[in-house]
Design a binder for this molecule. Sequence first.
Ligand code: IVH
Length: 676
Amino acid sequence: MDDELQLGQERDHIGTLFRDLGVAIARHDKLYYEESSPEISDWEYDRLKQEYQNLLKKYPFLRTRARAPGVGDDRRKGFQKVAHRVPMLSLGNTYNVDALQAFVNRVHESVGEDVSFVVEPKIDGAALSLIFENGSLIRGITRGNGQEGDDVTRNANTIVELPHSIEIEDVPPLLEVRGEVYITLADFEEINSQRQREGLDVFANARNLAAGSLKLLDPELAQQRRLRFIAYEIASCSREFSTHGEVLHFLERCGFPTNGHRFAKTFADIWAAAECYDRERRSHPFATDGAVVKVNEHVLRGKLGAISSAPRWAMAYKYPTERVITELLSIELSVSRTGIVAPIAHLDPVPIGGTTIRHATLHNADEIARKDIRVGDFVILEKAGEVIPAIVGIVPDRRPAHVQPFAYPKSCPACAGPLKRLDGEVAYRCLNPDCPPQISRRLEHFASKQALNIDTLGPQRIEQLRDAGLLEQFSDIFRLTEEALLHLPNTKEKSARTLLEAIETAKRRPLWRLLHGLGIPHVGVQTAKLLTKRWPSMEALMAASREELQLCDGIGDIVAASIHTFFNDPANRRLIDELAALGLSMEDSAKKSDSAEETSFFAGKNFVITGTFHAFSREELKQRIEQAGGSVRESVSSKTNALIVGENPGGKLADAGRFGVPTFNEGQLATLFGGV
Ligand code: IVH
């Protein structure tokens, strides 16, 4: 073949490879940064990026086609955009000891060997910048695209352990603190298991939950996610610091939680510190995925400078990912409330990262085909950070002779209705609205805590009622009678009455709960609240035109179209009429939507008080907390959400330390009463 032609073909081939990699990275960026629900592990993602960089290095002609390097972009619609005073960069990272050594060498070559390092655990959460003026928290901003982020002040205000006002003598007029928002592993597990009980999607890991929660439009929901914060840098301050050690010391003095740190001089010290944090990581209450190595001296940091997305004075070393191999016993296809048919892997139980794994998600048909995963294969399971294990591939050498490619069914495994892929979706859906598991999931959703919150009407009870032919649609719930319930197995008068009382209470709940319960596509809790704030009655909402819906702040075109389509369907209108006739409240009184109990920071939390206060007597303080929906207990336990500390605190302060209970002082308390 003509040399030039061959060269041209090779360039085309490499060009296509490069473009495909770019498209894949962009897709995973979107899943990670915008949707907080990645499909691949950090390790797989970093490998894609590494391959991309390798191609770029090897074939300079690709440069004109390359993506702009950056820190990703997690800006969301619905938040005010704020420019960062100082760009919010990311960190260069590696899984490789040699690359870490190369970083240290580069630093030595640039600024000489008279340099020291600080090593810190790399906490796996979402970056947040907090601005304090004269000691008061005035703004919280997400990283966004590094130059401009979302104003999430209202969510930042829900973080209990922050010093909402800094109480030191020499408080700086301006202080911008950077750190990581995270959710403890215990809270993560609890939130996920509650979501599972309610038939909602679970979060893959604590990082996604933290990132997603920080960017919730509704601070009340964000508050339920129990966000926490660890400070690791000062971006700007009206005072100078000469070392990172000084910065950390000052942050602690201001009352910020920090993450522990070790000083290091040589590479051997750095490596010892990183290994030590790796060994300790299981005992941290939060997820860490590596160690961050930073130059300690600020003058030297200045000399080293930064490239577009990361400083040259710091580097993250990421811990190797834990991997195990186990047999794939079967693939179950489960049908969700909205008809999505999701493949779930049943595995030969295997321990990884301290837990035994029996199931893993296979995401969708494309994933199974791309990785050529077959029942009977030995699959590689990976746990990066604290991710719910993902199947990253198979072991070809261990494939038994007889295994067949997985045949994704053409019809619904539950109702045999046809499966379809909607435009732009990777998942298959069963489009039969009468598909039995979909009906059950819809009813579960309607009765769940995030919707009408009908106590004791959970999945088991719903299945029992459906088996008895008593429950098919939402309205049937309100037609249940004590007599009918008493015919059910294991149902005594007491439980029947409890259920009927819960159903009565549900009739009078705020409108957003009913709206959310209806399961209109794209209408989650946040949207339902936005809608009912603007249209406090079902009648008014149903009468809203598509254009009017689009004009509502926080409602996008897709959501507006979905709501409009839903209410234009005569069957749905009939359903609303039926529910109204059965006594469900179809409008919000002012009291219902704004009740202190539903919006306050204190709602549903347990507090303990110690010491004396300037602005309140103990009794007044107790009353105010109770009025805001909280409870005050006598002693600190693992169930205490926060200890309120006045002057001359007693032994309860030490108890709080022992149980890891956050504390806040009178100043912070005042912000909370006046704040969220
Ligand atoms: S310093 C300019 N220190 O990891 C560099 N970052 O993957 C500022 N992170 O963007 C970051 N623990 O969100 C720093 N001890 C730590 C950290 C940390 C976690 C996050 C941070 C950063 C990301 C990079």
